[in-house]
Design a protein around this ligand. Structure first.
Ligand SMILES: [Mg+2]
Length: 83
């Protein structure tokens, strides 16, 4: 099973994704803005990031840029989510 970060500012969307992933046995971490997403990535080194594009403080594009600049996370799988 995988460790998955949900980076999403909408709490309803976070909850839905969490339930879908946990039912399948995955471990879920959450972040509700782009800066928190970067902190949680540092702390938990997830196997996959589900990344909302529209988020406060730092949007999804900014998060991807930061992730790819860091050699430790340059190949981390990221799936961009947008309404
Ligand atoms: Mg959003």
């Amino acid at each position: 099973m995988s460790k998955i970060l949900i980076a999403e500012d909408n709490p309803v969307n976070r909850e839905l994704l969490r339930e879908l992933l946990e039912i399948r046995g995955h471990t879920v971490a959450e972040a509700c803005d782009g800066e928190e997403a970067l902190r949680v990535i540092e702390q938990t080194q997830p196997d996959l990031v589900l990344l909302d594009i529209g988020m406060p403080l730092l949007d999804g594009f900014g998060v991807i840029r930061k992730i790819r600049e860091n050699p430790r996370f340059a190949s981390m799988p990221v799936v961009a989510l947008t309404a």
